[in-house]
Ligand binder design. Structure first.
Ligand code: SF4
Length: 415
């Protein structure tokens, strides 16, 4: 009896889920019909994460099956940060093949060499982002390259472009009209909120770009359901999306509200996605990636950084709000971090070759050469010239109003 009621429960909940999926898809169709028709050209901002991959494959399936009217042109912009988790990067490359087989234009969008995450930190010496600083990474490896790619595309097109993003807020979308910018909230995908809000305002795009988030109302369980069970079926497009759901724990994924972003994102409090990936024996060889976070943590410590010594005057003559702030990473510390990261990469790739598995590509030969070149040229971020003291050096205390309290026992401090 108990068994029967459990089975019925399963069937009912599966049925309810199916109904909700159908309703969710129906709302997506309505939003695309309502806003899509006004735009001849559509773009899709895709990062390979769960939300934007679900958006991409669903929109194309809806077009292919005649459920929505196709635009005159459709361009998929794949944001390659060079920091993607390997299973997601592998799935993205298969999906790119599938898009090209359909004759869909895909543009790979990547930051220029000196702006890439690894090169900017290790070559230029900018500390890894944390929750207290401006998230330079999202702007630099996602937003700015996307803005430039769109500007270029717009130059070839007449009229405006509708940029479709994977922003998703689940049920709160209905009551809360605000787009959440933080990538940590509700498992949202890093960057999508920024595409949604910042791109239309960007210089060069203003007035020519509108954004639409057709999966705004989707719950995370629907995203997993689509990626794992629907999209891989021939009748829904035969997409290689199951790997994305598998990366987060396969059938268990429905329980996991994991955010997607860079490998070892220094802003995430835990490596939920990576931890789940490592539970899969096929990806267990990626375990050394867990050591990356310790490198980022260490680089933020004072013994690896410079500090502004005295009163720092800004261009307008005012005193900087944060005197004696810690700044960039020392040259030797950058070399230490580079060696450790290359060591992690080599260790994984040795195992990958032995097991016949995909290789990681964290820092390629060109990036390594550029990092070494920038370090050798003693490159510092703007406003720093490298002769500031190391941040552990005891200094007279400077307050925000410019007053100074000298060290009480300078001979002890300096001796
Ligand atoms: S996932 Fe993390 S490291 Fe990557 S862009 Fe977003 S905040 Fe920056």
């Amino acid at each position: 009896m108990k068994e029967l009621s459990t089975r019925q429960g399963d069937i009912f909940s599966a049925g309810a889920q199916r109904l909700q999926m159908t309703e969710s898809i129906e709302l997506t169709v309505q939003s695309l019909q309502a806003y899509g028709a006004d735009h001849d050209h559509w773009g899709i901002a895709w990062s390979g994460g769960k939300d934007s991959s679900a958006t991409l494959t669903l929109v194309i399936w809806l077009i292919d099956t005649g459920r929505i009217k196709p635009p005159k042109t459709l361009t998929v912009f794949y944001a390659d940060t060079r920091q993607e988790l390997l299973p997601l990067a592998s799935a993205a490359s298969k999906i790119m093949d599938e898009l090209e087989e359909r004759g869909i234009r895909v543009e790979v969008v990547m930051a220029p060499m000196d702006k890439r995450f690894m090169v900017y930190i290790l070559g230029r010496g900018v500390p890894p982002p944390n929750n207290n600083t401006l998230r330079w990474c999202t702007r630099q490896i996602k937003i700015d390259p996307m803005t430039q790619a769109l500007e270029k595309r717009l130059a070839d097109l007449d009229g405006n472009v509708l940029m479709i993003t994977g922003v998703r807020q689940g049920e709160s979308a209905i009551r809360d009209k605000r787009i959440e910018m933080s990538c940590g909230k509700d498992g949202a995908e890093c960057g999508q909120g920024w595409y949604q809000k910042i791109l239309p305002e960007a210089k060069g795009l203003k007035g020519r770009l509108a954004t639409l988030a057709p999966l705004l109302h989707w719950r995370v369980c629907h995203v997993w359901e689509w990626l794992k069970h629907w999209a891989p079926l021939v009748e829904f497009g035969d997409w290689s999306t199951a790997t994305i759901a598998d990366a987060y724990g396969g059938d268990e994924a429905e329980e996991i509200n994991a955010r997607t972003g860079c490998t070892a994102c220094p802003l995430a409090s835990e490596d939920k996605a990576l931890d789940t990936i490592l539970l899969n024996p096929a990806w267990a060889y990626l375990a050394p990636l867990k050591r990356i976070r310790a490198v980022w943590r260490e680089l933020r410590e004072p013994q690896h950084r410079l500090r502004k010594a005295g009163i720092e005057r800004l261009k307008d003559g005012s005193i900087a709000a944060n005197p004696q702030r810690m700044g960039p990473i020392l040259l030797e510390s950058r070399l230490m971090a580079l060696e450790r990261l290359l060591g992690i990469q080599a260790e994984i790739n040795e195992a990958a070759k032995r097991l016949g598995r995909p290789l990681v590509d964290m820092i390629n030969a060109e990036e390594e050469a550029r990092i070494r070149e920038l370090i050798a040229a003693e490159t510092w971020p703007d406003g720093w010239d490298g002769d500031e003291p190391v941040a552990t050096t005891p200094l007279d205390k400077v307050y925000a109003d410019g007053s100074v309290q000298p060290l009480l026992f300078p001979e002890v401090a300096h001796g």
